[in-house]
Ligand binder design. Sequence first.
Ligand code: SF4
Length: 89
Amino acid sequence: MVARISSHTPTTRKPVPQFESRKTDNMKVRVDPDLCQGHTLCWMTAPDVFILDEVDGHATAIEGEIPSDEVDRVRDAIRSCPERAISEL
Ligand code: SF4
């Protein structure tokens, strides 16, 4: 899977996905915007949880609890972030 990051005219961000119908494990995550450098590794690991800015590739995480079937991928993303920008809340 390849991240599509556009360098042309800024566009509005995509809506944050919601997982209201999926079982969750009381896990939430946050990306520190001051630390994130837009490597996109988190998105490649858990594309349903992390959203990339179409302009600079910086990531944000979904709001709310992480679905149970995404937790292992999110923990992998936390470990693989070279900037240690992702924290579990
Ligand atoms: S891997 Fe880390 S630094 Fe890279 S986009 Fe994701 S949160 Fe940002």
